[in-house]
Design a protein around this ligand. Structure first.
Ligand SMILES: [Mg+2]
Length: 215
């Protein structure tokens, strides 16, 4: 069976349970960076992070827009210093799911590739993907900016009509659909799996767009 899809998977909160504790650990590093770099206390750093994510999609984008002297590589190195393996375990069920999906599979993340590789290795699915499209390759313009999706299509040499994003952030899913991609929103509060919206990654086959499921 040839796949109608080129699969683009978000990493954090999508390929592992958002309640695993890893993302809050990364978030604490993000806020610690803001505290050090801008001389803020903890509540101010938290509030600034929230504003940056709302306004710019990611904290890094907000920093680069408002504080151009920031070194994005130093930021990424700093925030990635978390004990990934303490939060994320090998996931044979995810591995089996990915093996069932025909077609190229990419990780499409607003994080950087070394961190993504660590997470994929901890899940034991690092060999299940054709590649990682990270924030550095995206020239630090990540989801949900429209440029990120165009860039990802080019990097993966994927036709737009075949691109399918799986992501836990609603804004990223909406932006993908606006760019002409198909998308599945994965989040724990989702009702029973339906086309385009699933409560966890294991329900992906039930969440595929309608025309695919009728094949
Ligand atoms: Mg995510």
């Amino acid at each position: 069976m040839t796949s109608p899809h080129v699969w683009f998977f978000d990493l954090d909160g999508t390929l592992y349970d958002p309640r695993a504790g890893l993302w809050p650990a990364v978030g604490a590093r993000i806020e610690a960076f803001l505290q050090r770099f801008l001389g803020l206390d903890a509540p101010a750093a938290r509030a600034l992070r929230r504003r940056y994510v709302q306004q710019y999609g990611t904290t890094l984008r907000g920093l680069m827009e408002e504080h151009p002297q920031v070194d994005p590589h130093a930021y990424l190195d700093f925030v990635a210093q978390v004990p990934v393996e303490a939060f994320v375990r090998p996931d044979p069920r995810l591995r089996a799911l990915l093996a069932q999906l025909p077609g190229p599979k990419w990780v499409f993340t607003n994080g950087d590739a070394p961190y993504a590789r660590r997470v994929l290795r901890a899940l034991k699915v690092d060999d299940a993907f054709d590649g990682i499209i990270d924030i550095v390759q995206l020239n630090f313009v990540g989801k949900p900016w429209p440029e990120a999706y165009e860039h990802a299509l080019q990097l993966a040499r994927a036709p737009r009509q075949q691109a399918l994003l799986v992501d836990d952030v609603r804004a990223n899913v909406d932006a993908a659909r606006a760019a002409g991609w198909q998308a599945v929103w994965v989040h724990p509060e989702a009702p029973a799996p339906r086309a385009g919206e699933i409560p966890h990654i294991y329900a992906l086959l039930q969440g595929l767009p309608k025309q695919e499921r009728q094949r």
